[in-house]
Design a binder for this molecule. Structure first.
Ligand code: 13P
Length: 254
């Protein structure tokens, strides 16, 4: 049985003070009951220390970084290493988000190096994959996903795969308000799991949690999460307000 994981990706939003405001309000709701899902928040790098301070005594909410360098140290201006993140109360790192692929030129090879680096430091990668609309419409969905998975996980052993969360985020559904239908999402998730099965075998593929991301909202979370291969959500816009992120968690847990 895979435990669902609902994660907030705040992208370029919320400095330390608005992170604190969010968490104080969010925790006061979340701590009233149990949901049986993992809850993760990924603030910007500058807000991670504040969030780490506020969450280190919490058991219900875990912290993620939105990115990490594939290097340990040196002349890499603007980068953050796994050892720096190790000083914080942090469990997950988002790797290979489509915005990093499209806007910052991250290749499957860089993403693979980042996953390895994150695992060396014992972080759980949230490994993002997904196709553009053009790729989907030209019948390349499966090829694109298979390549992203195979290259991104190259030489990653099974013990690290099972600590990795895969986030399927169709690029055309991110920030557009257009959500994949639950059938489209389920179909893609089942395909992702079949590729994992080809690479690692049935038992390992059944252990991996696959999140859906792309315009997840309180109104569609429950239906998406009720699909057999959808094990969680990676939420952008609708995670910025404590009440709407909380509602997504509540609806997913029902
Ligand atoms: P939206 O929920 O804003 O569509 O963003 C999804 C996403 O990219 C999460 O990583």
């Amino acid at each position: 049985m895979r435990k669902p994981i609902i994660a907030a990706n705040w992208k370029l939003n919320k400095g330390p003070s608005s992170t604190e405001d969010f968490l104080r309000s969010f925790l006061s709701e979340v701590n009233k009951q149990s949901f049986g899902v993992d809850i993760v928040i990924a603030p910007s790098f500058v807000s991670l220390s504040k969030a780490s301070e506020l969450l280190s005594s919490e058991t219900k909410v875990q912290l993620a970084a939105q990115n990490v360098s594939e290097h340990d140290s040196g002349a890499y201006t603007g980068e953050v290493s796994v050892m720096m993140l190790k000083e914080l109360f942090l469990s997950y790192v988002i790797i290979g988000h489509s915005e990093r692929r499209a806007l910052y030129g991250e290749t499957d090879q860089v993403i693979n190096a980042k996953i390895k680096k994150a695992r060396e430091a014992n972080f759980r990668p949230i490994f993002c994959i997904g196709e553009t609309l053009e790729e989907r419409e030209s019948g390349k969905l499966e090829d694109v996903l298979r390549t992203q998975i195979t290259q991104g996980l190259l030489d990653i052993p099974e013990k690290d795969l099972t600590e990795t969360v895969v986030a399927y985020e169709p690029v055309w559904a991110i920030g557009t308000g257009v959500t994949a239908t639950s059938e489209q999402a389920q179909e893609a998730h089942a395909f992702v799991r079949s590729v994992l099965k080809d690479l690692y075998g049935e038992a390992a593929s059944q252990k991996v949690r696959i999140q859906y991301g792309g315009s997840v909202k309180p109104a569609n979370a429950k239906e998406l999460l009720s699909q057999p291969d959808i094990d969680g959500a990676l939420v952008g816009g609708a995670s910025l307000e404590p009440s709407s992120f909380f509602e997504i968690i509540r609806n997913s847990a029902e």
